[in-house]
Design a protein around this ligand. Sequence first.
Ligand code: KIV
Length: 285
Amino acid sequence: MSTNSTLKIVPKPSSKKNSGRRVTVPDITNRKGGEPVVSLTAYTAPMAKILDPHCDFLLVGDSLGMVLYGLESTLGVTLDMAINHGAAVVRGSTQACVIVDMPFGTYQESPEQAYRNCAKVMIEAGCSAVKIEGGTEMAETVQFLVERGIPVMGHVGLKPQSVNVAGGYRAHGRNQDEAAKVKKDAHAIADAGAFSIVIEGVVEHLAAEITRDISTVTIGIGASAACDGQILVTEDAMGMFTDFTPKFVKRFAEIGDQMDKAAADYAKEVKARIFPADEHCYGKK
Ligand code: KIV
């Protein structure tokens, strides 16, 4: 009998369930190879409150620019938007680790610029970590931040802030050169000290290979179940958009349809003077 067949892999338990405290960055680091890390995006306090009991971390993604503000891309998100939404998510949650995405143009110029803006976000939003997009070109910055007390989550593969260079949103790693680049990026960011790396929109075998080869926790979005955890944009997962659903998204609910029906019912009742009824009025029995 081989030694392997007698080995039982005991998954590391989730650090948060009923622990009564907020999940920390080291809690997430310790989940490598254990129970998958669960995460969703959140931009507001009420949404954070609903998602908090179910998630190890909540990401205040710069996707908020497109989801909440109707922007064409994430590029128009400002530092103030990230801080204000980050603070709202911290206020709305008590258990999940809150991570804020650094907006385009607030960290790419130099390690010093990145430190100044990341520190401002951490102080003013009260979050536990920041996320920055980029590979080898951002490694020096990641190391600079981590050595100075700022926990960094990386983001490789499809990088939405680079949409204008890439010419659109598409899966990465389909050819050897592209796969080699994504691998190099992931290794560089891991070696620089990131506590976790989002791998977005890459072919399955590449995400699996990176997850196997680096000791940093990988979080997949459109990158297969091989990653150490998963993230989705909450509004995608809840079915709040009726126009387009990316291939990697599963709609776990159809909240958009429910809201459409509820709004139609409300309008009908207001027009028919059915709402408000007596029980909704003050001074009426
Ligand atoms: O901005 C965002 O929401 C993200 C996640 C989808 C990873 O970066």
